[in-house]
Design a binder for this molecule. Structure first.
Ligand code: SF4
Ligand code: SF4
Length: 143
């Protein structure tokens, strides 16, 4: 949940563009944090902008913002809202991989085969078995 003071602080954005210039995800996707903050200032509402899903949560923008705006936290807030509505289509591969393997980026087939050949467990061992059960239960309830 965003605190009121964080929302007020966002309104001090000077549109300097440091956030976008710091954002690796913006280079290859439609994500523009400066636009998201600007839309928020103009409308007074946190926008439900699906490009927030492209954020890799590296915190570079937030660390460098001269106004100390909690940009990444705002993006988390948007993502939470989007996920509460429904799991966005663009997030389905991530969702399915998380459910199946316990990680967001699907493993490549060749790596799975190599692991099998070497007698290694599949990627789901990244989480403890009991945690994987909990994660799958959360997904089951989301449906
Ligand atoms: S770095 Fe901060 S002040 Fe500059 S545009 Fe981005 S949010 Fe606004
Ligand atoms: S936290 Fe997200 S929006 Fe900010 S720089 Fe990193 S990827 Fe870009």
């Amino acid at each position: 949940m965003l605190k009121d003071e964080e929302i007020v602080r966002s309104k001090s954005c000077i549109q300097c563009g440091t956030c976008v210039a710091s954002c690796y995800s913006s280079r290859d996707t439609a994500l523009s944090v400066r636009k998201i903050i600007n839309d928020f200032i103009k409308t007074g509402k946190i926008p439900e902008d699906e490009t927030a899903l492209y954020c890799s949560t590296c915190y570079s923008c937030q660390e460098r913002c001269p106004r100390g705006i909690q940009i990444t936290e705002i993006l988390f807030h948007i993502r939470r809202r989007l996920a509460e509505r429904e799991i966005p289509e663009g997030l389905m591969p991530f969702y399915n991989s998380l459910k199946r393997y316990g990680i967001g980026v699907p493993p490549e087939e060749q790596h799975l085969k190599l692991r099998e050949k070497l007698g290694l467990e599949n990627y789901s061992v990244q989480f403890r078995k009991e945690d994987m059960k909990e994660i799958r239960e959360i997904f089951r309830r989301l449906k």
